[in-house]
Design a protein around this ligand. Sequence first.
Ligand code: NAD
Length: 500
Amino acid sequence: MRDIRHLIDGRSVEATSGRFSDVFNPNTGEVQARVGLANNEDMHTAVKSSLAAFEGWASTNPQRRARVMFEFKRLVEARMDELAELLSSEHGKVIADSKGDIQRGLEVIEFACGIPHALKGEYTIGAGPGIDVYSMRQPLGVVAGITPFNFPAMIPMWMFGMAIAAGNTFILKPSERDPSVPVRLGELMLEAGAPAGVLNVVHGDKVAVDAILTHPMVHAVSFVGSSDIAHYVYSTGTAHGKRVQAMGGAKNHGIVLPDADLDQTVKDLVGAAFGSAGERCMALPVVVPVGQKTADALREKLVAEIPTLKVGVSTDKEAHYGPVVTAAHKQRVLGWIDTAVKEGSELVVDGREFSLQGHEKGFFVGPTLLDQVKPDMQSYHEEIFGPVLQILRAETFEEALSLPSKHQYGNGVAIFTQNGRAARDFAARVNVGMVGINVPIPVPVAYHTFGGWKRSAFGDINQHGMEGLRFWTKTKTVTARWPESALEHTDSSFVIPTMA
Ligand code: NAD
């Protein structure tokens, strides 16, 4: 059995806890490796290593740090096929989607390559008599990222790309369900020239997370995962004096107005609802057609489109999506479909019995469509995170607008229409963090920022873009006076200085 080990201080290191977690191949249902889970001691060793690396890395000039990021990007691109295969083999998403996962992470690395420009401070000459004021951004020190299973390349790169380019040293605690790609990314950072300890990869579960949250030398924590754990990480981390951003779950709605191009909308909805088996925080699992006529026409087109989807193993180039990540997650998704039916939803397409010939033990779930979903149903209220699309019919634009606005999650939302005025009004008023207009998965590009509202994110600074830079740095402001001669000496002042 292959053991997946920590990467600490430039070396592959065995977990000292003796605790392991199985890593499955979701296509076959077999255990393909086991990952060693950190205890406090492992985490403390990693923090010590990152602490030792910090001073040298923070004082490396930004252009040299950028060169490491450029080289890292080149190395990842050169190994794209190998990384995508590894990612798919543990996650289950199809290879093309794994390449997208890696590519979206690389786009943040590209932004991080511009760190010399992004870090430039502000300067005011002559803010007072002979007085200049300038502000600079400085790294925080040792910082950490805790990531979910569903984007094992993109989300680590969102975090460590910006943090490391800004001069911090980083501890990555990836998901224990698909930990191999994060280790490879750590190895490629070393190969790109990052000194040992600049990026340590430490595997684990709650024990490892708690060790990060309570360690006095970890100054900031970025988390992405489910909302209850995000809230726990936010409250525990901030109670221990850390800067924390914690992104949580989602239930994104797609609003379809009567004037939408329905053929295109159906193509968009099917990709966004079922791609990656629905295991995306920016998936579109709820569609809200406005008016019964729109709803009936949309349903008819969805019913025709869904059977054209091919569910297959992640290496099948023809497959639209692969298995979900674990048997436990498959059971959870099936459980939500059962609940939805019990609550009174109409099961239009049932994916529960889907089985892939030759891969009967794989964690596959067929595409599922539910209609007549109501706002008070638990299956609507909660995140299913599987290939399940729910139709919730609204009578009016205002009712459609209020559904995502009132939902506990506020990550993303999309509106499909040809009416610019309605789209503009919707985008301005909806109580959700990221909005798509005829764009089903509105994940902002790397130089803008990513972040949801309500229970989709705790903390108020987003991922990547200039907000990412703000999260991973602190501002220092210097007020300097250079008198021309001793004659300019002034008396003591007991009054707050002003520019009056
Ligand atoms: P998860 O919450 O189970 O795990 C996330 C991380 O928390 C992992 O590293 C895991 O090891 C750790 N963890 C697990 N249990 C813990 C505990 N009890 N205490 C402390 N840490 C613990 O999430 P997941 O299943 O890996 O990922 C899917 C979830 O992530 C979904 O809810 C999805 O919506 C969300 N997600 C959100 C975003 C976003 O940006 N808002 C992006 C991607 C995924």
